[in-house]
Design a protein around this ligand. Structure first.
Ligand SMILES: *[C@@H]1O[C@H](CO)[C@@H](O)[C@H](O)[C@H]1NC(C)=O
Ligand SMILES: *[C@@H]1O[C@H](CO)[C@@H](O)[C@H](O)[C@H]1NC(C)=O
Ligand SMILES: *[C@@H]1O[C@H](CO)[C@@H](O)[C@H](O)[C@H]1NC(C)=O
Ligand SMILES: *[C@@H]1O[C@H](CO)[C@@H](O)[C@H](O)[C@H]1NC(C)=O
Ligand SMILES: *[C@@H]1O[C@H](CO)[C@@H](O)[C@H](O)[C@H]1NC(C)=O
Ligand SMILES: *[C@@H]1O[C@H](CO)[C@@H](O)[C@H](O)[C@H]1NC(C)=O
Length: 215
């Protein structure tokens, strides 16, 4: 009975370790990448078909292998997606991942973490929406899976906002530059969680070693 329990606990730990690695990175379009040929007006893959039978979970990534001729727009707004433009979108539901490159054909790899549950849409708004209208667009549904890993608990976007500096004995000059707050609380929490997790693993490890010795 006792060795059975030991075996079961080994299983449990194996599952735990597996679970920690069970997030998936999906390369969009697989080998075809995220490209549009402006001569033939063709997307390099059928992206809806690519996405169709995959299971996407929180904490997974979409990896876009592309260049600056295409953009990567993420939106939670179906109207924005169907319109192939961000012109009427709001900052709270639509994000652009590769702005600011003013040269054609500069290679890039864009990693988009999946941080919000439910249906979401991806498209390129380059060439005034032409790329999107010709197939450089797809939608996915994100399931909970294992939930967000600690590394994505403060997902981009929205961007990290600095916590207010602690009130300093009533002194609070309104617009002084240089009243920097101490490095974020989030970081402290994360590393605290990390060491707690490490401790747990250590305890479980010793437990197993002990039981293997007595098997
Ligand atoms: C998935 O992609 C992210 C972002 O590039 C990276 O940090 C992570 O290590 C990748 N995970 C795997 C399993 O390749
Ligand atoms: C676009 O397609 C044409 C015809 O197949 C091909 O000759 C051209 O090299 C392609 N352009 C790019 C940038 O892949
Ligand atoms: C998705 O799976 C269904 C049922 O297994 C199959 O009929 C369909 O062809 C698949 N679609 C794609 C794009 O692979
Ligand atoms: C969709 O885009 C067109 C321009 O292409 C614009 O006139 C229209 O207002 C947009 N509709 C919505 C709902 O954003
Ligand atoms: C989606 O975006 C359109 C503008 O393109 C806006 O009118 C509409 O309110 C948005 N929908 C939601 C649910 O935010
Ligand atoms: C990028 O777009 C420019 C302008 O349309 C075109 O000349 C060039 O061939 C494209 N490059 C690639 C790699 O698709």
């Amino acid at each position: 009975m006792k060795s059975m329990a030991a075996l079961l606990s080994i299983f449990a730990v194996a599952l735990l370790i597996n679970a920690a690695e069970a997030y998936t990175n999906y390369t969009v379009g697989d080998a075809a990448g995220w490209f549009f040929n402006s001569t033939t007006k063709k997307a390099s893959a059928k992206y809806d078909a690519w996405a169709a039978n995959k299971t996407f979970n929180l904490g997974d990534y979409l990896i876009f292998n592309t260049n600056s001729n295409q953009s990567v727009i993420q939106t939670y707004n179906e109207t924005t997606y169907k319109n192939c433009t961000t012109d009427y979108s709001s900052d709270s539901d639509t994000f652009k991942y590769n702005g600011g490159v003013d040269q054609f054909g500069v290679p890039s790899i864009i990693a988009v973490p999946l941080t919000i549950l439910g249906t979401q849409y991806y498209f390129s708004d380059a060439s005034d929406g032409e790329q999107c209208r010709h197939g450089l667009a797809f939608k996915i549904k994100v399931n909970r899976g294992l939930g967000l890993p600690p590394s994505l608990n403060q997902p981009p976007p929205p961007p990290y906002s600095r916590p207010p500096a602690p009130a300093d004995e009533g002194q609070s000059p309104p617009t002084t530059v240089g009243t920097a707050s101490p490095p974020g609380n989030g970081v402290t929490n994360t590393s605290a969680n990390g060491s707690w997790f490490g401790f747990l693993i250590l305890v479980i490890y010793h437990f197993i070693i002990h039981h293997i010795a007595t098997l």
